[in-house]
Design a protein around this ligand. Structure first.
Ligand code: ZN
Length: 302
């Protein structure tokens, strides 16, 4: 009986073998933007989970036991790096994970800044520059290929097509925001998530709190921001999808400015929202910023 069963199994494997596709790789990304990139590169060869999902804040995330289970079973783990996921190392250790970890931001030029009480800090929001995003995609594709060399051609083809779209999107963002007079390209955001964006696309984005949402806004900092808005005729303030909007709404009121809409900073929207993918996020943020910046009605020379 046993031997007949074994023989039958062997026959089934022989018959079914070539037709059965290899199971998808289990990929776990720290947050929604990396998960979207991994889906683009991996296509149907991957099953991707984000630990911090849509509209989530990865700065202050607290992993759950279910996360540890996911991480322990993953074939590949993807993180941003640059100090973004302060909780990841402990999760990795507690899960006794064995999968390789790819740091998606490897090779980008980090932006650093002076922060009150913190000294020099590294800005982790490198994905907000599409040139960096393209580097992320290349790093993710290379990592997937190392995990499954037999599928490297698929990952490479997907990554190439995706990279071309991101390059075109980068040119579009430049053209859209470039059409606004430079002296009008100033705005306030909730936390300092748009430093790379501002640097890449020529927009001055001042923030109520620093590069992490963990920081508490100081009364002095907020007063200085309100004064700056009044002095320099910055009229427009943007709220963020994953941050409490009350502080920036208050700043807008105090400075006599207006809220220009919601920007997607550190997370995508749910599928039914306006920014469910990395590409959609850039299109939406750019359109929102452009409309808002046009409200900087009284430009002054800087
Ligand atoms: Zn952030």
């Amino acid at each position: 009986m046993t031997s007949r069963f074994a023989w039958l199994s062997a026959l089934l494997i022989l018959v079914a073998g070539p037709a059965v596709a290899a199971p998808p790789l289990q990929v776990v990304a720290s947050f929604s933007i990396l998960a979207d990139m991994a889906r683009e590169v991996g296509g149907d060869q991957v099953q991707v989970t984000a630990l911090v999902g849509p509209d989530g804040d990865a700065h202050v995330y607290e992993p759950t036991p279910a996360d540890a289970k996911l991480v322990s079973r993953a074939d590949l783990l993807i993180v941003n790096g640059l100090g973004y996921e302060g909780w990841f190392d402990r999760l990795f250790a507690s899960a006794a994970a064995k999968a390789p970890v790819v740091v998606a931001s490897t090779g980008i030029r980090p932006r650093t800044m002076e922060e009150e009480g913190e000294g020099r800090v590294t800005d982790p929001h490198a994905w907000q520059d599409l040139a960096n995003g393209r580097r992320y995609v290349a790093n993710i594709a290379a990592a997937l290929a190392r995990v499954a060399p037999d599928r490297a051609a698929v990952f490479d083809a997907n990554a190439r097509a995706y990279d071309q779209r991101l390059a075109a999107l980068d040119a579009w963002v430049r053209a859209e925001l470039g059409s606004i007079p430079r002296e009008q390209r100033w705005a306030i955001t909730s936390h300092d998530a748009f430093g790379y964006f501002g640097q890449a696309y020529g927009v001055g984005l001042l923030a109520a709190v620093g590069v992490s949402t963990e920081a508490e806004p100081t009364a002095r900092g907020v007063a200085a921001l309100v004064r700056q808005m009044k002095d320099e005729a910055v009229r427009v303030v943007f709220v963020e999808n994953m941050s409490d909007p009350r502080l920036v709404r208050q700043i807008a009121r105090d400075a006599g400015g207006q809220v220009g809409g919601e920007l997607y900073a550190d997370a995508l929207s749910p599928p039914e929202g306006p920014a469910p993918t990395y590409e959609a996020m850039f299109r939406y943020n750019t359109a929102t910023l452009k409309a808002g910046l046009e409200a900087n009605a009284k430009p002054v020379s800087r």
